[in-house]
Ligand binder design. Structure first.
Ligand SMILES: [Zn+2]
Length: 186
């Protein structure tokens, strides 16, 4: 992402900078509590911008997580990266690797984008059930169950905590898309 000095000024004006250990809440537009702003032609998560500006790099395949459990916080000292390697290692320990069938936006039936799915993963981590999350994002319970059980959106890295918590809660459901077709027919 190409960030200009004007973008940085807009970013800096959109939150309250506090002390090192305090949360720095986002004051401008949010979605599900996460700050958002348009940079380089795309709407970005404020936490990703905060991480990139402070630490100087942010690989696309990594997940910016909060240590403070406060989605609107953009204090870089409260942000950490969940690496796919950690996740993969953890996943191998805890379960068989999922079969990649439904790869996010490329699937025409998908109604969520990467940001939505990060929010779903966050809500799973916070202990919300499929029904509650489905209602909040206006999608089917099956969509959420598939994300929880790694039958969809498996290209997005899961924070280790999500994997740990979702194992016991993951319901056994048949994979199907929103039209009722089976995965193999797609
Ligand atoms: Zn914080």
């Amino acid at each position: 992402m190409n960030i200009t000095p004007t973008d940085i000024a807009r970013f800096e004006a959109a939150f309250d900078r506090g002390e090192h250990e305090e949360c720095w809440p986002w004051k401008k537009a949010t979605q599900y509590g996460y700050g958002r702003l348009r940079i380089d032609g795309k709407v970005r998560k404020a936490t990703r911008v905060a991480y990139l500006l402070h630490y100087g790099e942010l690989p696309d395949d990594k997940f910016v997580c909060h240590s403070c459990d406060n989605p609107s916080c953009v204090n870089p000292h409260h942000l950490w990266l969940g690496t796919p390697k950690e996740n993969q290692h953890d996943a191998q320990l805890k379960r068989r690797k999922p079969v990649i069938r439904n790869r996010g936006k490329k699937n025409a039936n998908s109604v969520l984008n990467d940001l939505d799915v990060e929010i779903v993963l966050y809500l799973i981590f916070r202990g919300y059930g499929d029904k509650q999350i489905a209602a909040r994002l206006s999608v089917s319970k099956t969509t959420i169950a598939n994300i929880r059980a790694d039958r969809a959106w498996v290209h997005l890295p899961r924070p280790v905590e999500v994997i740990t918590r979702s194992r016991s809660a993951a319901p056994e459901v048949e994979w199907e898309n929103r039209d009722g077709a089976t995965a193999d027919s797609i």
